[in-house]
Design a protein around this ligand. Structure first.
Ligand code: C2E
Ligand code: CA
Ligand code: CA
Length: 360
């Protein structure tokens, strides 16, 4: 059996409030006070907006419903203003009876739930602050990967991919994008990328393609970051696009920006997304390309390319690593390819021919 201080040692729980069966405040941990900026006394008077049941937070926690039911009475979500950002923090209302018995289950539940509910532990919160500072201080760079015309072998453009230069090396997006998403801060990176593309475009004699989250396009300050005409905007096929975002995409297209539907074939609404007529390119996802030469993957590629061409959309195959894959794609009339076979993402100097820096 554990006591609260032991439970919290080494665990980055955001905050823990213990509330009795009648909802009365009993105790809380220091981290909760720290997070909320209140003293314990003040917390006693605080009313939290309550969410009726934990699983309402996010459907993906449903598998843990049984684990939860023993220990946790309800969740409250508290918004707090911090560094100009509104963050969401969780307060757990526990039935005091049974808490100590259920503590290990509770911790298990919390460790499972935290990554999927968009809640940040204090450790993550600090890391997110570091990433934001790094963006503001220009510690990020773009690496460029060639997109090659399959029939001619000519490089048509480059996809710009973000990297974080740290003292311990160059970090890839999977080290910072998930946290930026959890912390509702991906727009900071997106806007930095747009500024960088504007700076770099005159140095590169091909088009540049970059990744922007629909949530960024939906923001009130979107119009303050106009996209360079001729650039390619990559939008994940799997991300929902509201009518507001659709309207802004149309506007960008009218200003000469091309739209690429990224990771095509992995979302749930691929075909529907092609219907609105605002897509110039689709990127066949690497998970399909890497199954080539299987008969099913070949058939899928041929059908997807045929459909796109009927709709006047060009196709880029992503993650092409072997000559065999490239040959199959050429036979299927795929327009362009991107992948290690044609070049890994590398620094700007490599694209402008000024150095032979290593790629990652
Ligand atoms: P993505 O847009 O699908 O980018 C393609 C990813 O596939 C890149 O990973 C690239 O390095 C990798 N790749 C390219 N060719 C091959 C290949 O032949 N084989 C294999 N195995 N992989 C290949 P990276 O750079 O780690 O980026 C991962 C994801 O992070 C990107 O996926 C994109 O969704 C996101 N991302 C990257 N840069 C940015 C950015 O500036 N802003 C935003 N919002 N997202 C970004
Ligand atoms: Ca992309
Ligand atoms: Ca992709």
């Amino acid at each position: 059996m554990h006591r609260i201080p032991e439970l919290l040692k080494g665990n980055a729980l955001v905050g823990l409030a213990i509330v009795g069966p009648l909802g009365e405040f009993i105790d809380c941990n220091d981290k909760l006070c720290e997070v909320l900026g209140y003293t314990k006394d003040r917390l006693k008077d605080l009313t939290f907006q309550e969410i009726s049941h934990p699983q309402d937070l996010n459907p993906s926690i449903n598998p843990y419903r049984e684990v939860i039911s023993g220990a946790i009475k309800s969740f409250s979500l508290v918004k707090r203003y911090k560094h100009g950002q509104t963050g969401e923090y969780v307060i757990c209302n526990l039935q005091t009876e049974g808490f100590y018995d259920e503590s290990s289950r509770f911790l298990y539940f919390f460790s499972q739930v935290m990554p999927v509910t968009g809640l940040l532990s204090l450790a993550q919160d600090r890391q997110l602050d570091q990433i934001k500072t790094a963006i503001a201080q220009n510690e990020f760079v773009l690496y460029y990967q060639p997109i090659v015309n399959l029939a001619s072998g000519v490089t048509q453009g480059y996809e710009a991919l973000a990297r974080w230069k740290t003292d311990s090396g160059i970090l890839s997006p999977n080290e910072f994008i998930p946290l930026l998403r959890l912390g509702h801060a991906e727009h900071l990176l997106c806007y930095w990328v747009i500024d960088e593309i504007i700076r770099v475009q005159p140095l590169v004699d091909r088009w540049l393609s970059f990744n922007i989250a629909p949530k960024t396009i939906a923001r009130d300050d979107w119009s303050e970051h106009p996209l360079p005409p001729g650039s390619h905007l990559e939008i994940l096929e799997s991300e929902a696009v509201s009518s507001l975002v659709q309207g802004r995409i149309k506007e960008a297209r009218a200003n000469g920006v091309k739209i690429t539907l990224d990771d095509f074939g992995t979302g749930y609404c691929s075909i529907e997304r092609l219907l609105d007529g605002d897509v110039d390119f689709v990127k066949l996802d690497q998970s399909i390309i890497q199954q080539l030469p299987s008969v099913r993957a070949k058939t899928t590629c041929r059908a997807a390319i045929g459909l796109a061409h009927e709709l006047n959309i060009e196709v880029i195959a992503e993650g092409v690593e072997t000559n065999e894959q490239a040959e199959i794609l050429l036979a299927a009339e795929c327009d362009m390819c991107q992948g290690y076979l044609f070049g890994k993402p590398g620094p700007l100097a490599k694209v402008t021919g000024q150095s032979s820096d290593a790629c990652i």
